[in-house]
Design a protein around this ligand. Structure first.
Ligand SMILES: Cc1ncc(COP(=O)(O)O)c(C=O)c1O
Length: 404
C-alpha cells in the first residue's frame, strides 16, 4: 500500500471540496477495499480478517419484530427525532439491568442511526475553529476525524504498553485543557482491546469536571466480553452524569451492523445538544428497525451468551495460533479484535499488511488505520468462522511467518 494516489481514483468535481475534507489522510479501510478488489480480480482466495464487520446473522426474534414493524403503516411516516418512547424506555431498562445505572428515558437518551453518526454529529455541535478534542490513541477513526472536519484541533493521549493503555490525563498541557471541549475515550478499546478499571474512569470524570470538558465514553463493545468480564459504564462513577455521555451500539452486540442502530445516553444538556444538531441533519432510525431494537434490548440475555461464546472460541483459535508463531499475547477480555505487534523486518504496519495479503491472501488491518500511534501494530478481527480463522493461521505458518 505504498502508492496511495493509484488506490484513490480521481474523479472531477464541478467545485472543490472543502480543504478540511481534502486535508484528511485517506481512510485506510477504503484503501483496503481497493486492494481486496484488486486481489480478488487476480483470483485470490482471500480470508478477510480486516474490518470488524460481524459475519453472524441477526437473531431471528429481532428480525421478526422488524418484519412485523415493516407491515405497520404507523411506521411508514417520518420517525420522531428522539425516537419512539418505547425504544428509549427499553434503553433505560437495559442500562439498569446490564450496568445498574438509572437513565431517564425522557431526557437522557438519544437514539442514533449507529453510534458513528452520533459521534460525528456531537463533534459538529461542539467543535469550531480553535477548539480542541482530546482523543485517546490509537483510536476509532471518527473520534479524531470529525474534529478535523469541524475545523478543530486534536490532542492525542497515547495509549501504550508502558502506561497499560491508561494514559495520565494530568500530563495534558494546560493550554490544551483550556481550549478542549470534548474528550473521547473507548474502553473496551478498538483496536487494542484494552479495558479500563472504574478507578481510571473516576480520574477522567474528575479531570473533565475540573476543565469543563464533555467526556465521551464509547462503549460499543460493552457486551462482547469474555471469561465473565464486565466493563464498567462511565455512569458507575458517582456524578459522572454531570459531564459524560455514553455511546452504545447494536452492531456488535446483536449482529446488527447493517441495520444502523445505536444510542447515546447521559447528561441531559449534552443529549439535548446532540438532538438539536440531529434535527438539522436527519430523521433518526427507521421506526420498524426501532421495533427490532426494543426486542434486542429487552431479550438481550437470551441473545448475548451464544454470540459471546462464538467470539470467545474464535479468539482462542487466533490467540493460540499467534502464540505458536512466537507472539506473546494476553487473551483479550473484550472486543472482536486481537492487537499484535508487527514483526521485525517490516518498516511499518502497511508494508506488513501488504506482505501478508500478497503472500498468504490473508487480510488484516494495519495499525496505522487507527492513527500514527498504531503503526507498530496490526489488528486481527474475529469476524470469520473458527475453521476459516484456523485456515488463515495455517497459511501464515506454511509461509514460515514468525514474530521475530
Ligand atoms: C469503537 C467504536 N465505536 C463506534 C463504532 C461504530 O459503531 P456503529 O455501527 O454503531 O456506528 C465502532 C465500529 O466499529 C467502533 O469500533
Amino acid at each position: 500500500m505504498t502508492h496511495d494516489s493509484v488506490l484513490t481514483p480521481v474523479y472531477t468535481s464541478p467545485a472543490e471540496p472543502s480543504k478540511r475534507l481534502t486535508d484528511l489522510p485517506p481512510y485506510v479501510f477504503a484503501q483496503l477495499d481497493v486492494l481486496k478488489a484488486e486481489a480478488r480480480a487476480r483470483g485470490a482466495d482471500l480470508i478477510d480478517l480486516g474490518m470488524g464487520n460481524p459475519d453472524l446473522p441477526t437473531p431471528e426474534p429481532i428480525l421478526r419484530a422488524i418484519q412485523e414493524g415493516v407491515m405497520d403503516p404507523a411506521n411508514h411516516r417520518y420517525p420522531q427525532f428522539n425516537g419512539k418512547p418505547e425504544f428509549r424506555e427499553a434503553v433505560s431498562r437495559f442500562m439498569s439491568r446490564r450496568y445498574h445505572v438509572e437513565i431517564d428515558p425522557e431526557t437522557e437518551v438519544q437514539p442514533l442511526i449507529g453510534s458513528k453518526e452520533g459521534l460525528a454529529k456531537l463533534t459538529f455541535a461542539y467543535i469550531g475553529e480553535g477548539d480542541y478534542s482530546i482523543v485517546f490513541a490509537p483510536y476509532y477513526p471518527v473520534h479524531a476525524r470529525a474534529t478535523y472536519l469541524a475545523g478543530g484541533k486534536v490532542h492525542y493521549c497515547a495509549m501504550t504498553e508502558e502506561n497499560h493503555y491508561l494514559p495520565d490525563v494530568e500530563t495534558i498541557p494546560e493550554e490544551v485543557a483550556q481550549k478542549a471541549k470534548l474528550m473521547f475515550m473507548n474502553y473496551p478499546n478498538n483496536p487494542s482491546a484494552a479495558t479500563a478499571p472504574l478507578s481510571y474512569l473516576e480520574k477522567l470524570v474528575a479531570y473533565c469536571k475540573k476543565h469543563g470538558i464533555v467526556l465521551i465514553s464509547d462503549l460499543a463493545y460493552g457486551e462482547i466480553c469474555y471469561d465473565g468480564y464486565r466493563p464498567p459504564s462511565i455512569f458507575n462513577v458517582p456524578d459522572a452524569k454531570s459531564v459524560a455521555i455514553e455511546y452504545h451500539s447494536f452492531s456488535k452486540s446483536f449482529n446488527m451492523a447493517g441495520w444502523r442502530m445505536g444510542w447515546a445516553c447521559g447528561n441531559p444538556g449534552v443529549i439535548k445538544t446532540l438532538f438539536n444538531v440531529k434535527t438539522n441533519c436527519d430523521y433518526g432510525i427507521a421506526s420498524a428497525i426501532q421495533d427490532g431494537g426494543i426486542c434486542a434490548l429487552d431479550r438481550a440475555e437470551e441473545f448475548l451468551p451464544g454470540i459471546i461464546q462464538t467470539y470467545q472460541e474464535r479468539r482462542d483459535v487466533v490467540v493460540k495460533g499467534f502464540q505458536e508463531m512466537g507472539w506473546t499475547i494476553e487473551p483479550p477480555r473484550s472486543t472482536l479484535y486481537v492487537w499484535l505487534p508487527v514483526p521485525s523486518g517490516f518498516d511499518d504496519s502497511k508494508s506488513w499488511c501488504r506482505h501478508l495479503m500478497d503472500t498468504t491472501d490473508v487480510v488484516i488491518t494495519p495499525g496505522i488505520a487507527f492513527g500514527d500511534a498504531g503503526d507498530a501494530y496490526f489488528r486481527v478481527s474475529l469476524v470469520s468462522s473458527k475453521e476459516l480463522l484456523q485456515q488463515a493461521i495455517d497459511r501464515l505458518k506454511a509461509k514460515g511467518i514468525r514474530y521475530s
